[in-house]
Design a protein around this ligand. Sequence first.
Ligand SMILES: [Zn+2]
Length: 234
Amino acid sequence: MTLSNSLISLQQTDQQLLEKKQTFVTLQNEIQSQGGLIKLREQCEKQKQQELEAKLEVARLQSELNSLKSKVSEIEQRLYGGSITNVKELNAIEIEYSSMRRNLAQVEESIPSNEKIAAEANEKFSEFSKRLKDTEEDWKLRLVKIHGQAKAIMDEYNNMLLERKKEQSNISKEFLDHYNRISKSNPGSAIVKVDRGVCQGCLVKLPMSESNKIRLAEKPIIGSCCNRLLIFSK
Ligand SMILES: [Zn+2]
């Protein structure tokens, strides 16, 4: 195998290692979030809390309404009872009466909206609870599957690492070091082809002389464009 082919093969192995690692991380994240169970539990809790708060608010408003109603009827008795003879006093009571009626109307109006909030929260709670129950069931099976998958990927990953060791033994230290260095910032494109004079790593057109040099070279050439290892595209 030529040096270029060895490097390309190493790069492919590295890409596969990266993919395995990413799959492994995805599985781990799923385990951590318990397949969305943690979030669902939080959502249930939030709706329950919201329902409770809205219900408390309804109770508070109702008690306020009752107290306002009894005050209003008290004033009405005084207003229409005929016991007040002083005009000034009558005016003052009338002002108090109308302000109290306004309050009463406001309180009365805000009860239904809070009842609605409580009902909606209750509905959402039931919905989330059902989903939670289903997810809990599914999760037990899924978890077993995930553990199996994670183990298989780990095994594949370790085997691939051994493969990589073999592959890198075919590559001289000078090229291997350069490949590893460039790979860090450009995973999957440390060694690239030059196609019609254009570096396929950074898409810069190379000078004709450099392009020719790469075409004739037996080993990859470090590109003046981006430091990647360049080979000729046949
Ligand atoms: Zn380049």
